[in-house]
Design a protein around this ligand. Sequence first.
Ligand code: NZQ
Ligand code: ZN
Length: 387
Amino acid sequence: MLNFEIQNPTKIVFGKEQLSKLSYYIENVTTSKKILVAYGGGSAEKIGLLDKIRTELKNFELIEFGGIEANPEFDTLMKAVVICRDNKIDFILAVGGGSVIDGVKFISGAINYNGDPWEVLLRFDGKVFKSAVPFGTILTIPATGSEANSGAVISRSSLKEKRTMGGPLFFPVFSFLDPSLVSTIPKRQLANGITDAFMHTLEQYLTFSSGNLLQEREAEAILSTLIEIAPKIMENPSDYEAAANLMWSANHALNGNLRCGVPTDWSTHMIGHELTALYGIDHAQSLAIICPRLLEVKFENKKDKLAQYASRVWNITGENRAKIAIIQTENFFHSLGIKTKLSEYSTNCSDAPTIIKTRFQERNWTAMGERQDLTLDEVELIVKNAL
Ligand code: NZQ
Ligand code: ZN
């Protein structure tokens, strides 16, 4: 088992009708009565969630900031940063999915940053946010695990860039997880959420064995749970038990626990982010495009864990089970209505392999993967095979 450290300070408040506790948890963090409430493109208003929050927080002065996009935009978030500075905000409430929560992580770090916060995302000279305004979240879509981790991904479409940030300052103080909100999520976003959680688990599992039997079994439990509940929740998003299992699984897939003591391989995510930045493809869709092709190209590295995954998660036996597990994974994405070819999303993507290879080269990302042996030529080949 590899060495590891873990500390996750986020309080999870799980279940329906818990919002009456909201003001209590905010008052635990700040004496200020003025808070910023950040949300996305309108779903939180439409489903009546914002009204409930306004009622619960009637003793606070709420400054509302809506319009944070899916794949949150740097320019939009910088407007919120100015509002927070002008109003001396010292607590932010994020109401939404990974995009709003990630956006709030960025805002919370940028508020007191002297300089252009973009340089933190580019990590010029190792520049980082040195402080963060505390924030809590009300999760509306199970997918990213952002509600219980300290990472964020920020887009800047004018530059066709999508960049990551994070660190221990960026854990939410609390997160409310209400599975009954899943009933309002459109099918495409539900499928995305299942796929993203599935992929977070796979990328911390399909590497090589480090002897951490517990983490391997936990990953298999999440994958098996997602496979079991996916058809139920796609058929009926109001199935509370299925929704609760999805929300808890997605949380566990990226709350930091699965990575303990095991090798990880985030290259599907890193290549996928480029597809979103270049072609506007949904985050989860980008992963479903890359994952099967990456598993094929890195088959020799991953074949032992693929065989274990085949037997324990898919109940496949026989010598060819590692290869069949890749096909089964792709079929799983298809069963959710997610297409796995880049050309099915964009008609103008033939130069994607070379563009992405060049971008990786510029960033010196020449040795990714669990064995740090994913070459630039392999990155190019994976994207080419995914066209
Ligand atoms: O914007 P609104 O109107 O709120 O609509 C959203 C959005 O269009 C809608 N939605 C959310 N909850 C809903 C709902 N519609 C109806 N009812 C509800 N209850 O769903 C759409 C997608 O929302 P978004 O927040 O973008 O989805 P998701 O949670 O999948 O987040 C994706 C973002 O997270 C990043 C991705 O790169 C992407 O930018 N990620 C963040 C990670 C992290 N912080 O740990 C890890 C991930 O790998 C990922 O990279
Ligand atoms: Zn993801």
